[in-house]
Design a protein around this ligand. Structure first.
Ligand code: M6R
Length: 645
């Protein structure tokens, strides 16, 4: 929620900050704003709505007074003053509103009374009401409804106090003032600030909210995630919890909130810049759907050692810890939760350890039974989802071991876990998760196999056999993707429907839930996923003449009973007027008489089938949303990374 960018160097900051914001816009798109330090002055601009509104307002300013091609950036007749496009230090923000509606006034940056300090923020300052009351008592008049504005005023007061006691002016003063302020804040925050009187410096602070540093040559960056600066540098520093960072053109200085020097963790970004671009597709979502074969292949790469053992990434757990696990909890939200639901079938089948899947937002409130022999698997694409992070911390407080599945190096969830398996999906920009889901499934399968192996339930050759099946998935996915035209046609036909229901059994049930979630978030349609057997216990009453029901059918070659049962369920809904859209394995002729629309996917073992059966549902949702005229990549009310509870 909210994307944050900061830059200091020798180049004009505005263009770099705006480009960074464009890459972070998936995090929130209620408003956008920038503050650039120009010749001892602060220039700010902010607008409600998408980043494009702000860009329109700024016009050619991003090119500064001297464009590389020599053309004049400003209309003739404008005074040759140093403009917003010329400053070489600045910050920018793209917002997902929490406190205060999505208006110009509430857009970030927020300024001190004298307009010389600008602050941007991601998160929620929980004690803001108390701080506002205190500042108002001192005569500060607030001009926004946000929790953030108080930080600008507190920072101004801290700078005044520090100057009054003779602290020398300069970047260090800005960092010292930020430390004073953050010591008073409660909640979750990433903050960036600039001061017109301290040019060439941006200060940042983080608690429970993401912030990474990009290390350049003679320039440095701060951002909510690395996609904001990968076109400039692949060298990054992951900040720890409760740290303040000061960047200047020549230096990066990190301390804790009390000024003690601290270290970040250096890492190299292996995504390339084009991964964060649309690459000719109309939407990021379409590009990310198309990238799934590669994303699955990359996540599998190098996982099996010559000795036939599965490799995780960062492992601070011993095999004995894994052998001692007598219960597994999977915690996650949204799409990641659905991947956990699939994982339960595989993990219990392969390891015989009881496995429960919990919505992370509910987990800690029901006082789950956890101890040091519980293994908690936290699944998160972003690694920053606050509900998952809080559930993870609760598990750790109860001494459980935590293993993370994550797509984002440098994020909080893997850092706080005892072991990590990174999915190598590359950046996922579309708000609707696609390749993250498939790579999370692969990671779950690998973890299930690893557990089975260390516990002596599966031998190396058995593990290798499943891994070899997994290695065949990318080609099968390519086959699925090549045959999506009928799904696109179907999407156009279903675009006017009032509701779409999804049914499945066994691992097809979470796939049905995922298909319904995709349709809800993208097409704003009523969509529900059901365990097919549950229909007759109530939901079948929803079915009316022509109601589309998408049926995810398991392989007839796997568990015959499962297959036959869902074929009966399809007949039941069809008898009540449903239009049945059947996703089945190629060669499954038993479903033909009951399918109004039939989509075949290649044969694959039952447990791995969600890797294929999910794809037509992603395409269906994307195309229905497009047909209904929605913004596929940035659906209303949502943000990619949910960093508030
Ligand atoms: O970053 P995470 O995987 O922790 O995000 C969890 C959910 O917010 C996310 O999967 C969400 O449900 C998707 N955008 C849905 O497509």
């Amino acid at each position: 929620m909210c994307g944050i960018v900061g830059y200091v160097g020798a180049r004009p900051a505005l263009g770099i900050v705006l480009d960074g914001l464009r890459r972070l816009e998936y995090r929130g798109y209620d408003s956008a704003g920038v503050a650039i330090v120009c010749d001892d002055e602060l220039r700010t601009e902010k607008r409600a709505g998408k980043l494009s509104n702000l860009e329109k307002t700024l016009g050619d300013e991003r090119f500064g007074s001297a464009r590389a091609d020599g053309a004049a950036a400003r209309p003739l007749g404008r005074p040759p003053m140093v403009g917003i496009g010329d400053g070489t230090a600045g910050i920018g923000h793209t917002r997902w509103a929490t406190h205060g509606g999505p208006t110009d006034r509430n857009a970030h940056p927020h300024l001190s009374r004298d307009g010389r300090i600008a602050v941007i923020h991601n998160g929620i300052i929980e004690n803001f009401a108390k701080l506002v009351a205190e500042l108002e008592a001192d005569g500060v008049e607030f001009v926004s409804d946000t929790d953030t504005e108080c930080v600008a005023h507190l920072l101004a007061a801290a700078l005044t106090d520090l100057r009054a006691v003779g602290e020398p002016d300069g970047p260090q003063l800005l960092a010292a003032a930020m430390r004073r302020v953050v010591q008073r804040l409660e909640g979750a925050f990433t903050l960036l600030a600039v001061d017109a009187g301290i040019p060439g410096a941006v200060v940042g602070a983080r608690r429970n909210s993401p912030l990474v540093v990009g290390r350049g040559v003679g320039e440095h960056y701060l951002a909510s995630d690395v996609s904001a600066f990968i076109e400039h540098t692949r060298d990054a520093v992951e900040l720890g919890q409760d740290q303040v960072v000061l960047i200047t053109a020549g230096d990066i200085e990190i301390t804790d909130f009390f000024g003690a020097p601290a270290l970040g963790r250096d890492f190299h970004i292996d995504w390339d810049a084009s991964a964060a671009e649309k690459g000719g597709y109309d939407y990021f979502m379409l590009k990310e759907i198309a990238e799934q074969p590669q994303a699955v292949a990359d996540t599998l790469l190098g996982r099996l050692t010559e000795a036939g053992e599965i490799m995780l990434d960062e492992v601070r757990l011993t095999d004995q810890d894994l052998r001692d696990a007598d219960k597994i909890f999977i915690i996650a939200c949204g799409t990641a939760y659905h991947s956990g639901l699939v994982a339960k079938y595989a993990i219990e089948h392969w390891t015989r350890i009881p496995c429960e899947v919990e919505l992370a937002s509910e987990f800690r409130y029901r006082d789950p039974v956890l101890d040091r022999s519980t293994l908690v698997v936290a699944i998160s694409q972003s690694g920053e989802t606050m509900d998952t992070l809080m559930a993870l911390r609760h598990a750790k407080e109860q001494k459980a071991r935590v293993l993370a599945i994550c797509n984002t190096n440098g994020s909080t969830i893997p850092r706080e876990s005892d072991a990590v398996l990174y999915t190598h999906g590359g950046p996922e920009i579309a708000v609707a998760s696609t390749k993250a889901f498939l790579t999370q499934l692969v990671a779950c399968y690998l973890i299930g196999l690893h557990l089975a192996q260390v516990r002596g339930i599966k031998y190396a050759d058995e593990v290798a056999a499943v891994v070899s099946q997994l290695h065949q998935v990318p080609d099968r996915l390519r086959q699925v993707l090549a045959e999506m035209e009928p799904v696109r046609q179907l999407a156009r036909e279903l675009a006017g429907a009032n509701q779409v229901l999804f049914i499945g059994r066994h691992v097809g049930y979470p796939v049905a839930l995922e298909g319904a979630l995709k349709l809800k978030e993208l097409a704003y349609m009523h969509a529900e996923g059901f365990a097919a057997g549950e229909l007759k216990h109530g939901p079948i009453a929803l079915i009316d003449e022509g109601t589309p029901v998408v049926c995810v059918v398991p392989s007839p070659a796997g568990r015959g009973v499962l297959h036959d049962k869902i074929v009966s369920n399809i007949q039941e809904v069809r008898a009540r007027g449903a239009r049945t859209v059947v996703i089945a394995e190629e060669g499954d002729t038993a479903v033909v008489p009951y399918a109004d629309d039939l989509i075949y996917v290649p044969r694959t073992p039952t447990l791995l089938a969600p890797l294929l059966t999910t794809v037509p549902l992603q395409v269906l949702a994307c195309e229905i949303a497009a047909a209904r005229g929605h913004d596929v990549d940035q659906p209303r009310n949502l943000a990619k990374s949910v960093t508030v509870e």
